[in-house]
Write a protein that binds this ligand. Structure first.
Ligand SMILES: Nc1ncnc2c1ncn2[C@@H]1O[C@H](COP(=O)(O)OP(=O)(O)OP(=O)(O)O)[C@@H](O)[C@H]1O
Ligand SMILES: [Mg+2]
Length: 346
């Protein structure tokens, strides 16, 4: 692709991460959805994405770390626009302006009209001449390479940081869907609470997330195979720096209630599937997507709970951005999705 040619850009604007995919290049960026602002004026932005997180605690200024996308909805249009725009510019490079590309942004569309309008405003504000919003579950299915064209029901469960979307797709559209405001972040929070309660240590969300990714599992842990890791944090009693030991069993005990809560909400959505589609789903199984789906053993636990086969791809966290990019790059697909209403031009 030359410097002046145009192409499709797909962006997953999540509450945990922004992921960007470029036509012919694939996934080129994933950064946390954060903005670092001055405390007395949050419009005064010092950094976005990874820079924002790295600057925190390293700048002498009085700053706050803000999440412009929360619970899968745009919480602050100004800051979300800024985040989207600057990360898109970073991904594209200075010479390839966003105006020259077709942009498809996918996010958990939000339950209310106000949230929807906020998402539209942020996408429009990002500066693309042609832009659209695409439903997360549809983007995930496209990105996973599933054929969403066919007249048979297929169920996608998209687990993000703060939202979980359960959707039945058929013929390029969404036939039934339910979004709940819980996701993988709930597991981090459960770990933070448990470490404080059981070990008397206060740890941050990033440490809790690392524990979840490295040690977290929904599978049975074989006896004798648990190793302790040393954690650093703040002693809950004295407030001074402290340490504690944790192992995979501790982490499992901490996350299981929150995980089962999440799986229960998926089961509820599953059981509300229209009868005529349920048969297809029983036959074809459920497709898992999103970063939250990466938790070890989640697939097996969901499959056992519903008694349905569950599949997951190699890179489920990339699939939404990939699908958005496919929609942005392929005119035919773009039009088909627009016709069923799961893609909205803004
Ligand atoms: N290997 C892993 N094991 C467990 N969880 C993981 C793993 N990798 C990523 N995650 C979790 O996935 C979540 C982020 O997923 P994703 O990027 O799909 O969310 P998002 O799109 O930003 O959020 P949302 O869709 O809710 O707005 C985080 O909570 C992260 O901790
Ligand atoms: Mg997401």
């Amino acid at each position: 692709m030359g410097v002046f040619s145009t192409g499709g850009v797909g962006i997953d604007l999540g509450s945990a991460n922004v992921t960007i995919c470029l036509e012919n290049e694939g996934i080129v960026l994933r950064e946390p959805s954060y903005v670092l602002s001055m405390r007395e004026d949050d419009r005064d932005v010092l950094g976005v994405g990874r820079d924002a997180r790295q600057m925190l605690g390293r700048t002498p200024k009085d700053v706050v770390l803000l999440s412009p996308v929360m619970d899968g909805a745009v919480a602050d249009v100004y800051l979300a626009t800024l985040l989207l725009k600057s990360l898109a510019e970073k991904a594209l490079g200075k010479r390839r302006a966003l105006e020259k590309n077709r942009l498809v942004v996918s996010m958990s569309t939000g339950a209310t009209r106000v949230e929807h309008a906020a998402a539209e405003a942020a996408v429009r504000g990002a500066g693309a001449k042609r832009a659209a919003l695409l439903r997360g579950s549809v983007a995930a299915a496209l990105g996973a390479g599933l054929s969403i064209d066919e007249p048979k029901g297929m169920m996608v469960v998209l687990i993000g940081g703060s939202t979980t979307e359960v959707a039945v797709l058929s013929m390029n559209g969404v036939v039934a869907a339910r979004t709940t405001r819980t996701g993988s972040l709930a597991l981090d929070e459960a770990i933070m609470r448990a470490v404080r309660r059981e070990k008397g240590l206060i740890i941050g969300q990033r440490t809790a997330e690392d524990l979840k990714v490295d040690l977290g599992t929904a599978l049975e842990i074989p006896m004798g195979s648990v190793e302790n890791v040393t954690l650093r944090g703040r002693d809950a009693r004295t407030g001074r720096p402290g340490m504690a030991e944790v192992n995979a069993l501790d982490i499992q005990r901490a996350i299981l209630p929150a995980l089962d809560n999440l799986l229960e909400s998926i089961r509820e959505a599953f059981e509300n599937t229209p009868a005529e589609l349920a048969e297809d789903i029983l036959k074809n199984g459920i497709r898992l997507s999103g970063g939250g789906a990466l938790l070890e053993g989640l697939k097996e636990r969901l499959s056992a709970l519903l008694n349905v086969p569950v599949t997951i791809g190699e890179n489920p966290q990339d699939e939404v951005a990939l699908g958005a990019c496919i929609a942005a790059s392929d005119e035919k697909i773009f039009q088909k999705l627009a016709a069923t209403g799961c893609l909205l031009e803004v």
